[in-house]
Write a protein that binds this ligand. Structure first.
Ligand code: FES
Length: 273
């Protein structure tokens, strides 16, 4: 059993939990994820590790309440336990000692981006970040990024924080101003990552993305998390979740992501939600 030491609401749909998980905390690296079940019969939820503390033996997860399983997780309070918390899974991010890197975090995508940016900062890499969301309430971890980045830019749909528009508008501006980045790390909704790659691919800027498809076993056996990268079949749980964004077939990812929408909806109806 894994005890919830801290629970915090980051905005109306996103929460943070610090979980006592000694084995995961001891060995996890930026980019890796865990799979948890909120109760013994629950659906497995894959969540990228947002932070970890090896001394305190804790792992921080940040999740968006989007359906039955995440509502069940959200119903837990500090002091409660999570029965299954398996990890670290997936490959650690391949972080290189570049001169300058740009991170792009869309909505809750800022959570998995944070440990990667922190590690790059510790490696002496200069980092800028663009954070985006529907409005300022949906921007998370801004203080944490500001503490380690050279510059943090913001984009919101309604203009309540930073530029009114999308993260890709800010990205275009930075590149048009002549800013040069050795690599861009973009994590967020598929549509955002696809749009970022739409800009970086013609300019041949190395772009890493983190994919979070449907996952079941998390061990490469079930095929649930299949993605196509560079024309080859990959499994996000064992070959990723980070991939070369310039090679990802985003349209296929989006089709597969929509496959279980009806089942998710039935669960919510069952919950009265
Ligand atoms: Fe089953 Fe990746 S979750 S193969």
């Amino acid at each position: 059993m894994y005890k919830i030491l801290k629970k915090e609401k980051l905005n109306e749909a996103v929460e943070l939990m610090v979980v006592h998980a000694p084995f995961v905390a001891r060995s996890c690296q930026p980019g890796q994820f865990i799979i948890l079940r909120a109760d013994e019969k629950g659906e497995r939820i894959p969540l990228t590790i947002a932070d970890y503390d090896r001394e305190k033996e804790t792992v921080t997860i940040i999740y968006q309440i989007v359906g039955y399983s995440t509502q069940l997780l959200s119903s837990k309070q500090e002091g409660d336990t999570i029965p299954d918390f398996v990890g670290p899974l997936g490959k650690p991010s391949d972080l290189k000692k570049h001169k300058r890197v740009l991170g792009i975090g869309g909505g809750v995508g800022a959570a998995p981006l944070y440990p990667q940016i922190r590690k790059l900062h510790e490696m002496g890499v200069a980092v800028d970040v663009i954070l985006g969301g529907r409005s300022k309430e949906f921007i998370i971890l801004d203080k944490e990024f500001e503490a380690i980045c050279d510059k943090v830019y913001y984009a919101t749909d309604d203009g309540t924080k930073g530029k009114k528009g999308f993260v890709t508008d800010v990205l275009n501006e930075l590149l048009n101003e002549g800013k040069e980045y050795d690599e861009i790390i973009a994590i967020g909704p598929l549509v955002m990552m696809k749009a970022v790659v739409g800009i970086t691919k013609p300019k041949n800027i190395k772009t890493a993305v983190s994919l979070n498809p449907i996952m079941i076993d998390g061990t490469g056996m079930c095929g649930g998390c299949r993605v196509t990268v560079g024309g080859e079949t990959k499994f996000a749980c064992v070959d990723g979740p980070d991939f070369d964004g310039l090679l990802v077939d985003f349209d296929e990812c989006m089709r597969r992501q929509g496959m279980y929408k009806e089942e998710e909806h039935s669960c919510r109806i069952g919950l009265g939600g």
